[in-house]
Write a protein that binds this ligand. Structure first.
Ligand SMILES: [Zn+2]
Length: 348
């Protein structure tokens, strides 16, 4: 390249660059302009690459001029950048401005979820009877969830079909809150009077009466001399608190591995008082499972099963909420439909 051509190109680029940089209207545009006038393929860079082949005196003179143009254009880019950023800040400030003279928006109070209402109510009944609330992890190990509760490895409840296992060997989402009772017994000596409310999980196809998430309040009483009559009395007191003073309790034999004997418990319908209606069908509402704690479960927790006896029960919160509020589809509790939830505003 001829030295005079090089000089001309440098002067042209100085003028062109300044004009383009000054016109850039945004940071993005400025960055593109910078590449155009200072990048590897820009005319100034091309001149810079040819300098090495010139005679020494020309080389020194053109090198100085090239550096001068480069420095000037770089400074212009940074000035313009500062201007554009300042403008962006000012725009942001004006957009964020608050008009303090406007009247405020009144926050709309929410309401408790129906399951929370029912759970609180049930837990309240038991705490007034002297029970303590116990809590535990929702991800459990198989020993606490099954073995300690007298559910051996070949029990149907252990198969993958019914339980939701996590990606850690031997760990699953708890299928009942019973594991909390085990943890409580392991951590203290009798007497024990606890209720364990909480979320539990099972593998199920969701429909009107089945879900993969449901809530329970389980109870456990272990002491000297506890009998089946105590269980019946406790559940009767509970049912009367929840459904009214005329409520009767019916117990029918049933099998659960962790109790002996075990039973299903139904209460007389609070709508028809046992005559039979749309809510109950035959006058009774199946409410919970219960029984006397199996001696093996007590021994698994280090309790002397000759000296201590106890009872346990498990109540589905969804079940109670459905009969209590006349809800006919379990899925409504978890779908978060505001039209459904709003109906419980002000319900205590
Ligand atoms: Zn009825």
């Amino acid at each position: 390249m001829d030295p005079s051509d090089a000089r001309r190109i440098l002067e042209e680029e100085r003028a062109r660059g300044r004009a383009l940089i000054g016109r850039a209207g945004s940071i993005e545009e400025l960055d593109r302009t910078k590449t155009g006038v200072l990048g590897r393929k820009a005319p100034v860079s091309e001149v810079q690459r040819t300098i090495g082949s010139l005679p020494e005196d020309e080389r020194r003179e053109l090198g100085r001029l090239t550096n001068e143009v480069l420095a000037e254009l770089r400074a212009e880019v940074e000035n313009r950048r500062a201007e554009l950023e300042g403008g962006a800040d000012a725009e942001l400030l004006s957009a964020d401005a608050v008009d303090v003279t406007l009247s405020g928006r009144r926050p709309r109070p929410g309401s408790f979820h129906p399951l929370t209402l029912v759970e609180d109510r049930m837990v309240d009944v038991f705490t007034r009877m002297g029970y303590r609330v116990a809590e535990g992890p929702e991800i459990e190990d198989e020993w606490h969830n099954f073995e300690a509760l007298n559910i051996p490895p070949d029990h149907p409840a252990r198969t993958m079909k019914d339980s939701l296992y996590v990606d850690v060997p031997g760990m699953l989402l708890r299928t009942e809150t019973s594991a909390v009772q085990i943890r409580t017994m392991q951590s203290q000596a009798p007497p024990v009077y606890v209720v364990a409310p909480g979320r539990t999980y099972r593998r199920d196809t969701p429909d009107a009466t089945h879900g993969t998430v449901f809530h329970q309040v389980e109870g456990l009483a272990v002491d000297e001399g506890i009998s089946f009559a105590d269980l019946r009395g406790t559940l009767e007191a509970f049912a009367r608190e929840l459904f009214g003073t005329n409520t009767r309790v019916r117990m029918t034999p049933d099998y659960f591995p962790f109790v002996e004997p075990g039973c299903q418990v139904a209460v007389s319908c609070f709508v028809c008082d046992g005559a039979g209606c749309r809510v109950c069908g035959n006058g009774w509402i199946e409410l919970l499972g219960a029984g006397m704690v199996h001696p093996k479960v007590l021994e698994n927790c280090g309790y002397d099963s000759e000296r201590y006896t106890g009872f346990a029960f498990g109540i589905g919160i969804e079940r109670v909420a459905m009969v209590r509020y006349g809800v006919n589809d379990l899925r409504l509790f978890v779908e978060g439909d505001v039209r459904f939830l709003e109906q419980f505003e002000g319900v205590a």
